[in-house]
Design a protein around this ligand. Structure first.
Ligand SMILES: NC(=O)c1ccc[n+]([C@@H]2O[C@H](COP(=O)([O-])OP(=O)(O)OC[C@H]3O[C@@H](n4cnc5c(N)ncnc54)[C@H](OP(=O)(O)O)[C@@H]3O)[C@@H](O)[C@H]2O)c1
Length: 344
């Protein structure tokens, strides 16, 4: 495993992080908690010390499962990242209305209205809830899950700096930021930025990644396997439960899956040459992109956790990286987007 500090902090985090969204079950067709705990343990045993979760992932469930899994592991060896600013439990509307959801998936008539809300008192409340669920007395990295306009960013940044000075969190950063927001975060103490980035989602290469490189901000790439699509394991026959986000996304149509499989077939010889899986090849490609410091990779079982961790040791040549770009370069334009409206 390779490790790298988060920006200019002293938080030494494995370059492969375990993403714990699916572990919450919500939007992923459910997930068995015992499998999740075994997955987290396998990831830690394979050298992953960096785990990314969020209150929204199962309305607290992912955090609770992570808390149980880490209870018997030395806390100071772990980097626990969670988020704030997605509220499904507000009594009054506040911030930006985002979507409705029920316990399993996003739906127009869901019982919860989710708001993006980054007001200081709300963030303080959420941190206390997360600490209880994670069963810990500090959070290594607190991230605003989405951005909103009703709270001045200065106010959000002040409370994040205060929480760090009080020792409740060790560091903070945004997710899903505009370049302007990212620059303001970085100039006011943020050490990370978390954005969707994969071979199919290369938008951050335009402005966000250059800002991260210039300001020494760690870039945490989310959904680097495009929710599993880039593993080569999602063929035309796989049927997703209706509360699995992939059941509805255009990108997972049978036609798109076929196009992705065709592209991946072209790079299979590179994987064969390294005696690795396609998922590992894609992770190694992600790690090699300029400025991408920590891909966050979701895993649901021991085998995926071990396989994904091992990809950190894979080095690809410039020529191999170019061949992967060439084979998959126009895929993003030819397959559907990763919407609809739902963003985790
Ligand atoms: N900040 C944000 O707004 C935001 C948004 C999205 C994600 N994230 C973070 O980023 C993390 C990763 O993103 P993600 O979970 O969307 O997707 P991902 O990492 O692109 O894909 C994860 C999925 O791919 C499959 N998979 C993983 N490893 C595999 C392997 N070795 N072989 C075959 N299949 C494999 C698993 O699903 P199956 O086994 O079911 O196929 C797994 O749940 C999340 O967990 C979360 O922490 C953050």
């Amino acid at each position: 495993m390779q490790y790298k500090c988060l920006g200019n902090s002293d938080i030494f985090a494995s370059r492969i992080a375990l993403g714990a969204w699916a572990i919450g079950g919500w939007m992923w067709g459910g997930q068995d908690d015992e499998d999740s705990i075994r997955t987290i343990h396998a990831a830690i045993d394979a050298g992953i010390n960096f785990i990314d979760t969020a209150p929204m992932y199962g309305m607290g469930h992912s955090e609770t499962v992570v808390g149980k899994a880490i209870a018997d592991r030395p806390r100071d060896g772990l980097v626990i990242a969670t988020k704030c600013g997605m509220r499904w439990d507000l009594e009054q509307p506040a911030g930006r209305a985002f979507f409705r959801t029920d316990d399993d998936s996003i739906t127009d008539d869901g019982k919860y209205q989710v708001y993006i809300y980054n007001a200081p008192e709300s963030i303080r409340y959420e941190v206390e809830q997360s600490l209880k669920r994670l069963n810990t007395d500090y959070i290594d990295l607190l991230q605003t899950h989405w951005q909103e306009q009703t709270t001045p960013l200065e106010d959000t940044l002040k409370v994040l700096n205060d929480l760090r000075d009080e020792g409740k969190i060790r560091a903070f950063g945004p997710c899903n930021a505009t370049p302007e927001q990212l620059a303001q975060y970085a100039d006011t103490g943020a050490v990370t930025d978390q954005e969707k980035y994969s071979l199919l989602d290369r938008g951050p290469e335009g402005e966000l990644l250059p800002i991260c490189r210039e300001k020494n901000v760690a870039f945490l790439a989310y959904s680097p396997l495009a929710n599993g699509l880039l593993t080569g394991k999602i063929g035309p026959d796989r049927v997703f439960p209706k509360d699995d986000l992939r059941a509805q996304r255009a990108r997972f149509s049978v036609e798109s899956r076929q196009l992705v499989q065709d592209a991946l077939r072209k790079i299979q010889p590179i994987a064969d040459g390294h005696d690795c899986t396609l998922a590992q090849l894609i992770i190694a490609w992600t790690l090699a992109q300029p400025g991408v410091t920590h891909p966050l990779i979701g895993a649901r079982n021991i085998q995926q956790a071990q396989e994904n961790a091992a990809a950190a040791d894979l080095a690809l040549s410039e020529d191999e990286l170019r061949q992967i770009d060439d084979a998959c370069g126009d895929l993003a334009e030819n397959i559907g987007g990763s919407g609809p409206p739902v963003k985790s």
